[in-house]
Design a protein around this ligand. Structure first.
Ligand SMILES: [Zn+2]
Length: 428
Protein backbone atom coordinates (compact mmCIF):
# COMPACT_ATOMS: atom_id res chain seq x y z
CA UNK A 1 0.00 0.00 0.00
CA UNK A 2 1.54 3.28 -1.09
CA UNK A 3 1.72 6.23 1.21
CA UNK A 4 -1.01 8.08 -0.67
CA UNK A 5 -3.38 5.22 -0.16
CA UNK A 6 -2.50 5.02 3.51
CA UNK A 7 -3.29 8.70 3.95
CA UNK A 8 -6.56 8.30 2.09
CA UNK A 9 -7.58 5.38 4.26
CA UNK A 10 -6.64 7.24 7.40
CA UNK A 11 -8.78 10.14 6.34
CA UNK A 12 -11.62 7.77 5.66
CA UNK A 13 -11.16 6.26 9.09
CA UNK A 14 -11.12 9.76 10.50
CA UNK A 15 -14.38 10.56 8.70
CA UNK A 16 -16.12 7.56 10.13
CA UNK A 17 -14.78 8.39 13.57
CA UNK A 18 -12.23 5.63 14.08
CA UNK A 19 -9.33 7.92 14.84
CA UNK A 20 -8.79 11.10 16.68
CA UNK A 21 -7.27 13.61 14.29
CA UNK A 22 -4.15 13.81 16.42
CA UNK A 23 -3.46 10.12 15.91
CA UNK A 24 -2.57 10.67 12.28
CA UNK A 25 0.93 10.96 13.53
CA UNK A 26 2.92 11.39 10.37
CA UNK A 27 1.01 14.52 9.38
CA UNK A 28 2.27 17.64 11.08
CA UNK A 29 -0.37 19.81 12.76
CA UNK A 30 0.09 22.44 10.08
CA UNK A 31 -0.48 19.96 7.28
CA UNK A 32 -3.44 18.53 9.07
CA UNK A 33 -5.08 21.91 9.57
CA UNK A 34 -4.53 22.78 5.94
CA UNK A 35 -5.83 19.54 4.56
CA UNK A 36 -8.43 18.41 7.06
CA UNK A 37 -12.06 18.97 6.16
CA UNK A 38 -12.55 19.78 9.87
CA UNK A 39 -11.49 23.21 11.00
CA UNK A 40 -10.87 22.37 14.63
CA UNK A 41 -10.48 19.17 16.56
CA UNK A 42 -13.37 18.61 18.94
CA UNK A 43 -12.28 19.78 22.39
CA UNK A 44 -12.15 17.00 24.92
CA UNK A 45 -11.64 18.86 28.19
CA UNK A 46 -12.84 22.09 29.73
CA UNK A 47 -9.44 23.68 29.03
CA UNK A 48 -9.64 22.61 25.39
CA UNK A 49 -13.18 23.90 25.15
CA UNK A 50 -12.29 27.32 26.51
CA UNK A 51 -9.22 27.59 24.29
CA UNK A 52 -11.38 26.66 21.36
CA UNK A 53 -14.02 29.28 22.22
CA UNK A 54 -11.38 31.94 22.70
CA UNK A 55 -10.27 31.33 19.13
CA UNK A 56 -13.80 31.39 17.76
CA UNK A 57 -15.37 34.29 19.63
CA UNK A 58 -14.43 37.92 19.48
CA UNK A 59 -13.65 39.38 22.88
CA UNK A 60 -13.94 43.00 23.85
CA UNK A 61 -12.16 44.84 26.64
CA UNK A 62 -13.82 46.72 29.49
CA UNK A 63 -12.34 50.00 28.24
CA UNK A 64 -13.90 49.37 24.85
CA UNK A 65 -17.30 48.65 26.42
CA UNK A 66 -17.04 51.86 28.43
CA UNK A 67 -16.07 53.82 25.32
CA UNK A 68 -19.03 52.42 23.39
CA UNK A 69 -21.41 53.30 26.22
CA UNK A 70 -20.06 56.85 26.35
CA UNK A 71 -20.35 57.33 22.59
CA UNK A 72 -23.74 55.56 22.57
CA UNK A 73 -22.50 53.14 19.94
CA UNK A 74 -25.29 50.72 19.08
CA UNK A 75 -24.95 47.39 20.87
CA UNK A 76 -27.10 45.13 22.99
CA UNK A 77 -25.30 44.53 26.25
CA UNK A 78 -26.44 41.31 27.93
CA UNK A 79 -25.55 40.32 31.48
CA UNK A 80 -25.64 36.54 31.79
CA UNK A 81 -24.95 36.34 35.53
CA UNK A 82 -27.35 34.93 38.10
CA UNK A 83 -30.08 37.04 39.65
CA UNK A 84 -28.25 37.42 42.98
CA UNK A 85 -25.21 38.85 41.20
CA UNK A 86 -27.33 41.18 39.04
CA UNK A 87 -29.06 42.57 42.13
CA UNK A 88 -25.75 43.93 43.42
CA UNK A 89 -25.25 46.07 40.32
CA UNK A 90 -24.75 45.86 36.57
CA UNK A 91 -23.31 47.79 33.64
CA UNK A 92 -25.74 50.62 32.74
CA UNK A 93 -28.24 49.71 30.05
CA UNK A 94 -27.55 45.96 30.22
CA UNK A 95 -30.32 43.43 29.73
CA UNK A 96 -30.39 40.63 32.23
CA UNK A 97 -30.66 37.13 30.80
CA UNK A 98 -29.16 34.59 33.21
CA UNK A 99 -27.08 31.94 31.44
CA UNK A 100 -29.52 29.25 32.57
CA UNK A 101 -32.38 31.01 30.74
CA UNK A 102 -30.36 32.15 27.74
CA UNK A 103 -31.75 29.82 25.08
CA UNK A 104 -35.28 30.27 26.43
CA UNK A 105 -35.34 34.06 26.70
CA UNK A 106 -32.83 35.57 24.30
CA UNK A 107 -34.96 35.54 21.15
CA UNK A 108 -37.74 37.35 22.99
CA UNK A 109 -35.40 39.92 24.53
CA UNK A 110 -33.11 40.35 21.49
CA UNK A 111 -35.21 39.52 18.41
CA UNK A 112 -32.72 40.99 15.90
CA UNK A 113 -30.17 38.29 15.14
CA UNK A 114 -27.97 40.77 13.27
CA UNK A 115 -27.69 43.10 16.25
CA UNK A 116 -24.29 43.44 17.85
CA UNK A 117 -24.71 41.46 21.06
CA UNK A 118 -22.09 41.95 23.75
CA UNK A 119 -22.21 39.44 26.58
CA UNK A 120 -20.62 39.76 29.98
CA UNK A 121 -20.48 37.85 33.23
CA UNK A 122 -18.35 38.20 36.36
CA UNK A 123 -15.03 37.09 34.89
CA UNK A 124 -15.44 36.33 31.20
CA UNK A 125 -16.02 32.56 31.25
CA UNK A 126 -19.80 32.23 31.33
CA UNK A 127 -20.10 35.01 28.74
CA UNK A 128 -17.81 33.06 26.41
CA UNK A 129 -19.96 29.94 26.78
CA UNK A 130 -23.07 32.07 26.31
CA UNK A 131 -21.58 33.60 23.15
CA UNK A 132 -21.17 30.13 21.67
CA UNK A 133 -24.85 29.46 22.38
CA UNK A 134 -25.87 32.66 20.62
CA UNK A 135 -23.76 31.80 17.57
CA UNK A 136 -25.49 28.41 17.48
CA UNK A 137 -28.85 30.21 17.64
CA UNK A 138 -27.93 32.23 14.58
CA UNK A 139 -26.81 35.55 16.11
CA UNK A 140 -24.23 36.90 13.70
CA UNK A 141 -22.37 39.56 15.71
CA UNK A 142 -21.59 38.18 19.13
CA UNK A 143 -18.82 39.37 21.42
CA UNK A 144 -17.77 38.40 24.91
CA UNK A 145 -16.42 40.93 27.39
CA UNK A 146 -13.10 40.04 28.99
CA UNK A 147 -12.55 40.20 31.92
CA UNK A 148 -16.00 40.84 33.39
CA UNK A 149 -18.09 42.75 35.85
CA UNK A 150 -15.87 42.11 38.89
CA UNK A 151 -13.06 44.04 37.25
CA UNK A 152 -15.50 46.66 35.90
CA UNK A 153 -16.58 47.35 39.47
CA UNK A 154 -12.97 47.43 40.76
CA UNK A 155 -12.12 49.99 38.10
CA UNK A 156 -14.92 52.21 39.44
CA UNK A 157 -16.68 52.24 36.05
CA UNK A 158 -20.36 53.35 36.09
CA UNK A 159 -22.90 50.94 37.52
CA UNK A 160 -26.62 50.75 37.87
CA UNK A 161 -28.58 48.94 40.53
CA UNK A 162 -31.80 47.12 39.88
CA UNK A 163 -34.90 48.24 41.73
CA UNK A 164 -35.09 46.94 45.23
CA UNK A 165 -38.74 45.96 45.43
CA UNK A 166 -39.85 44.32 48.64
CA UNK A 167 -41.41 40.86 48.61
CA UNK A 168 -44.81 42.47 49.22
CA UNK A 169 -44.29 44.79 46.25
CA UNK A 170 -43.20 41.92 44.00
CA UNK A 171 -46.41 40.18 44.94
CA UNK A 172 -48.64 43.24 44.57
CA UNK A 173 -47.23 44.25 41.19
CA UNK A 174 -46.57 40.74 39.88
CA UNK A 175 -48.86 41.23 36.86
CA UNK A 176 -46.86 44.32 35.90
CA UNK A 177 -43.55 42.60 36.49
CA UNK A 178 -44.58 39.84 34.08
CA UNK A 179 -44.93 42.40 31.28
CA UNK A 180 -41.61 42.86 29.45
CA UNK A 181 -42.58 46.53 28.86
CA UNK A 182 -42.86 47.11 32.61
CA UNK A 183 -40.87 44.56 34.62
CA UNK A 184 -39.22 45.42 37.92
CA UNK A 185 -37.43 48.39 36.35
CA UNK A 186 -40.71 49.85 35.02
CA UNK A 187 -42.46 49.23 38.32
CA UNK A 188 -39.71 51.12 40.08
CA UNK A 189 -40.25 53.99 37.63
CA UNK A 190 -43.94 54.02 38.55
CA UNK A 191 -43.13 53.94 42.27
CA UNK A 192 -40.79 56.88 41.73
CA UNK A 193 -43.37 58.62 39.52
CA UNK A 194 -45.18 61.78 40.61
CA UNK A 195 -48.50 62.60 39.02
CA UNK A 196 -50.49 65.74 39.76
CA UNK A 197 -54.25 65.39 39.46
CA UNK A 198 -56.18 68.59 38.90
CA UNK A 199 -59.51 67.82 40.50
CA UNK A 200 -60.73 64.88 42.56
CA UNK A 201 -64.01 64.78 40.68
CA UNK A 202 -65.43 62.71 37.86
CA UNK A 203 -62.21 62.40 35.86
CA UNK A 204 -59.77 62.61 38.76
CA UNK A 205 -61.53 59.80 40.65
CA UNK A 206 -60.98 56.88 38.25
CA UNK A 207 -57.60 58.26 37.18
CA UNK A 208 -56.37 58.50 40.78
CA UNK A 209 -57.69 55.07 41.75
CA UNK A 210 -55.98 53.32 38.83
CA UNK A 211 -52.76 55.28 39.23
CA UNK A 212 -52.69 54.33 42.91
CA UNK A 213 -53.45 50.70 42.11
CA UNK A 214 -50.66 50.71 39.50
CA UNK A 215 -48.23 51.83 42.17
CA UNK A 216 -47.56 55.39 41.07
CA UNK A 217 -45.76 56.44 44.22
CA UNK A 218 -46.79 60.07 44.58
CA UNK A 219 -50.17 61.51 43.69
CA UNK A 220 -50.77 65.22 44.15
CA UNK A 221 -54.44 66.20 44.29
CA UNK A 222 -55.67 69.74 43.80
CA UNK A 223 -59.29 70.30 44.83
CA UNK A 224 -60.87 72.93 47.04
CA UNK A 225 -64.34 71.36 47.24
CA UNK A 226 -66.05 69.14 49.78
CA UNK A 227 -67.83 65.89 48.93
CA UNK A 228 -71.51 66.44 48.05
CA UNK A 229 -74.07 63.67 47.65
CA UNK A 230 -74.64 64.73 44.02
CA UNK A 231 -70.98 63.88 43.30
CA UNK A 232 -71.36 60.21 44.16
CA UNK A 233 -73.14 59.29 40.90
CA UNK A 234 -69.69 59.45 39.20
CA UNK A 235 -66.91 60.51 41.60
CA UNK A 236 -65.96 57.03 42.75
CA UNK A 237 -63.10 58.17 44.99
CA UNK A 238 -65.67 59.35 47.50
CA UNK A 239 -68.31 57.61 49.59
CA UNK A 240 -71.60 58.31 51.29
CA UNK A 241 -69.86 58.17 54.67
CA UNK A 242 -67.57 61.00 53.59
CA UNK A 243 -70.16 63.53 52.39
CA UNK A 244 -69.12 66.91 53.75
CA UNK A 245 -65.44 65.98 53.98
CA UNK A 246 -62.89 67.92 51.89
CA UNK A 247 -62.40 65.99 48.65
CA UNK A 248 -58.62 65.88 49.10
CA UNK A 249 -59.06 64.14 52.49
CA UNK A 250 -61.67 61.74 51.14
CA UNK A 251 -59.37 60.97 48.18
CA UNK A 252 -56.40 60.38 50.46
CA UNK A 253 -58.39 57.91 52.52
CA UNK A 254 -59.55 55.95 49.46
CA UNK A 255 -56.13 55.89 47.80
CA UNK A 256 -54.04 54.94 50.80
CA UNK A 257 -56.59 52.25 51.69
CA UNK A 258 -56.14 50.85 48.21
CA UNK A 259 -52.35 51.02 48.20
CA UNK A 260 -50.17 51.99 51.16
CA UNK A 261 -47.22 52.52 48.76
CA UNK A 262 -48.89 55.71 47.56
CA UNK A 263 -48.10 59.06 49.10
CA UNK A 264 -50.88 61.60 48.61
CA UNK A 265 -49.96 65.28 48.57
CA UNK A 266 -53.07 67.37 49.21
CA UNK A 267 -53.69 70.83 47.80
CA UNK A 268 -57.00 71.98 49.23
CA UNK A 269 -57.21 75.02 47.03
CA UNK A 270 -58.18 76.15 43.55
CA UNK A 271 -55.44 76.38 40.97
CA UNK A 272 -54.70 79.95 39.92
CA UNK A 273 -51.84 82.05 38.64
CA UNK A 274 -50.56 82.69 42.17
CA UNK A 275 -50.15 79.04 43.18
CA UNK A 276 -49.56 77.18 39.90
CA UNK A 277 -45.75 77.33 40.12
CA UNK A 278 -45.74 76.05 43.69
CA UNK A 279 -48.24 73.26 42.99
CA UNK A 280 -46.64 72.02 39.74
CA UNK A 281 -43.18 71.84 41.31
CA UNK A 282 -41.72 68.34 41.37
CA UNK A 283 -44.44 66.53 39.41
CA UNK A 284 -43.63 64.54 36.27
CA UNK A 285 -47.05 64.49 34.64
CA UNK A 286 -50.24 66.53 35.09
CA UNK A 287 -53.64 64.88 34.68
CA UNK A 288 -56.12 67.65 34.02
CA UNK A 289 -59.71 66.94 34.94
CA UNK A 290 -60.67 70.57 35.57
CA UNK A 291 -62.97 71.30 32.74
CA UNK A 292 -63.07 75.07 32.70
CA UNK A 293 -61.48 77.62 30.43
CA UNK A 294 -59.40 79.66 32.89
CA UNK A 295 -57.77 76.53 34.33
CA UNK A 296 -57.24 75.01 30.91
CA UNK A 297 -55.25 78.03 29.72
CA UNK A 298 -53.38 78.38 32.99
CA UNK A 299 -52.44 74.69 32.98
CA UNK A 300 -51.39 74.92 29.35
CA UNK A 301 -49.14 77.91 29.87
CA UNK A 302 -47.56 76.42 33.00
CA UNK A 303 -46.94 73.13 31.20
CA UNK A 304 -45.25 74.94 28.29
CA UNK A 305 -43.12 77.08 30.64
CA UNK A 306 -42.12 74.03 32.68
CA UNK A 307 -42.06 71.52 29.80
CA UNK A 308 -44.35 69.15 31.70
CA UNK A 309 -46.75 66.87 29.83
CA UNK A 310 -50.46 67.33 30.52
CA UNK A 311 -53.06 64.66 29.92
CA UNK A 312 -56.23 66.54 29.22
CA UNK A 313 -59.71 65.10 29.52
CA UNK A 314 -63.15 66.60 29.27
CA UNK A 315 -66.72 65.35 29.37
CA UNK A 316 -70.11 66.68 28.34
CA UNK A 317 -73.38 64.76 28.64
CA UNK A 318 -72.64 61.47 26.81
CA UNK A 319 -69.41 62.51 25.12
CA UNK A 320 -65.85 62.83 26.19
CA UNK A 321 -62.45 63.57 24.77
CA UNK A 322 -58.86 63.06 25.74
CA UNK A 323 -55.48 64.14 24.43
CA UNK A 324 -51.97 64.54 25.73
CA UNK A 325 -50.09 67.78 25.43
CA UNK A 326 -46.36 67.15 25.36
CA UNK A 327 -44.77 70.61 25.13
CA UNK A 328 -42.66 71.17 22.01
CA UNK A 329 -43.34 67.61 20.81
CA UNK A 330 -47.02 67.93 19.94
CA UNK A 331 -49.33 70.93 19.87
CA UNK A 332 -50.30 72.76 23.04
CA UNK A 333 -53.82 73.93 23.81
CA UNK A 334 -53.08 77.40 22.45
CA UNK A 335 -51.92 75.91 19.13
CA UNK A 336 -55.57 74.88 18.76
CA UNK A 337 -57.33 77.76 20.53
CA UNK A 338 -54.94 80.71 20.96
CA UNK A 339 -57.36 82.63 23.20
CA UNK A 340 -60.46 81.67 25.19
CA UNK A 341 -63.83 82.79 23.83
CA UNK A 342 -65.38 85.86 25.45
CA UNK A 343 -67.36 84.82 28.55
CA UNK A 344 -70.78 85.47 27.01
CA UNK A 345 -69.98 83.04 24.15
CA UNK A 346 -68.55 80.28 26.27
CA UNK A 347 -70.84 77.27 26.60
CA UNK A 348 -72.69 77.31 29.86
CA UNK A 349 -72.24 73.86 31.27
CA UNK A 350 -73.15 74.55 34.87
CA UNK A 351 -76.41 72.67 34.59
CA UNK A 352 -75.43 70.17 31.93
CA UNK A 353 -75.93 66.60 32.94
CA UNK A 354 -73.34 63.89 32.51
CA UNK A 355 -73.67 60.15 32.28
CA UNK A 356 -72.07 58.87 35.50
CA UNK A 357 -70.03 56.18 33.79
CA UNK A 358 -68.62 58.51 31.12
CA UNK A 359 -65.87 60.12 33.23
CA UNK A 360 -64.83 56.60 34.21
CA UNK A 361 -63.91 55.87 30.61
CA UNK A 362 -62.16 59.18 29.99
CA UNK A 363 -60.39 59.25 33.38
CA UNK A 364 -59.04 55.75 32.87
CA UNK A 365 -57.75 56.74 29.43
CA UNK A 366 -56.00 59.67 31.10
CA UNK A 367 -54.45 57.35 33.69
CA UNK A 368 -53.24 55.07 30.89
CA UNK A 369 -51.52 57.99 29.21
CA UNK A 370 -49.89 59.05 32.50
CA UNK A 371 -48.55 55.53 33.12
CA UNK A 372 -47.13 55.35 29.58
CA UNK A 373 -45.43 58.70 30.04
CA UNK A 374 -43.86 57.54 33.31
CA UNK A 375 -42.70 54.28 31.73
CA UNK A 376 -41.57 55.94 28.51
CA UNK A 377 -43.43 53.25 26.56
CA UNK A 378 -45.96 53.23 23.74
CA UNK A 379 -47.41 56.04 21.65
CA UNK A 380 -49.11 58.81 23.57
CA UNK A 381 -52.00 60.93 22.34
CA UNK A 382 -49.60 63.82 21.60
CA UNK A 383 -50.97 65.36 18.41
CA UNK A 384 -54.15 63.28 18.53
CA UNK A 385 -57.53 63.95 20.06
CA UNK A 386 -59.53 60.86 20.94
CA UNK A 387 -63.27 61.45 21.16
CA UNK A 388 -65.78 59.06 22.65
CA UNK A 389 -69.51 58.99 22.10
CA UNK A 390 -71.04 56.70 24.71
CA UNK A 391 -74.55 56.72 23.22
CA UNK A 392 -73.33 55.50 19.85
CA UNK A 393 -70.41 53.63 21.44
CA UNK A 394 -67.91 55.10 19.05
CA UNK A 395 -64.32 56.29 19.38
CA UNK A 396 -62.86 58.71 16.84
CA UNK A 397 -59.43 60.18 16.43
CA UNK A 398 -58.57 63.65 15.15
CA UNK A 399 -55.11 64.87 14.22
CA UNK A 400 -53.93 67.95 16.07
CA UNK A 401 -51.07 70.01 14.66
CA UNK A 402 -48.57 72.36 16.20
CA UNK A 403 -48.82 75.97 15.10
CA UNK A 404 -45.54 77.75 14.59
CA UNK A 405 -47.40 80.99 15.31
CA UNK A 406 -48.74 79.66 18.62
CA UNK A 407 -48.63 82.41 21.26
CA UNK A 408 -47.33 79.91 23.87
CA UNK A 409 -45.11 77.32 22.14
CA UNK A 410 -44.55 78.93 18.71
CA UNK A 411 -41.42 80.49 17.28
CA UNK A 412 -42.16 83.93 18.74
CA UNK A 413 -44.25 83.37 21.84
CA UNK A 414 -46.21 86.32 23.19
CA UNK A 415 -47.46 84.58 26.33
CA UNK A 416 -44.61 84.92 28.76
CA UNK A 417 -46.51 85.07 32.05
CA UNK A 418 -49.73 83.71 33.51
CA UNK A 419 -53.06 85.20 32.50
CA UNK A 420 -56.08 85.01 34.80
CA UNK A 421 -59.17 84.68 32.66
CA UNK A 422 -62.65 85.11 34.06
CA UNK A 423 -64.33 81.96 35.26
CA UNK A 424 -66.91 80.20 33.11
CA UNK A 425 -68.05 76.94 34.52
CA UNK A 426 -66.84 73.74 36.07
CA UNK A 427 -68.55 70.44 35.64
CA UNK A 428 -65.73 68.33 37.15
ZN1 LIG B 1 -48.75 75.84 21.17
Amino acid sequence: MGQCETVALKYLAYFIGLFDARSISYLSDATFLLTSPFEEPMPTTYTDLMADLRRQIATVSLDEVKRRLETKEPMVLVDVREKDEWRLGYIPGALHVPRGFLEIQIEQKVPDKNAKVVLYCAGGTRSLLAAKTLLDLGYSKVESVNPGFVRWKDLGFPMEHPPQLTEAQRERYSRHILLPEVGEVGQQKLLNGKVLLLGAGGLGSPAALYLAAAGVGTLGIVDGDVVDSSNLQRQILHATSRVGMPKVDSAEKALTDLNPDVKVIKFEERLDSSNVDRIFEGFDVVVDGCDNFPTRYLVNDASVFKKKPVVHGSIFRFEGQVTTFVPFVGPCYRCLYPEPPPPHLAPSCQEAGVLGILPGIIGVLQATEAVKLLLGKGDTLAGRLLTYDSLRMRFRELKLRRDKNCPACGENPTITGYVDYEGFCNIG
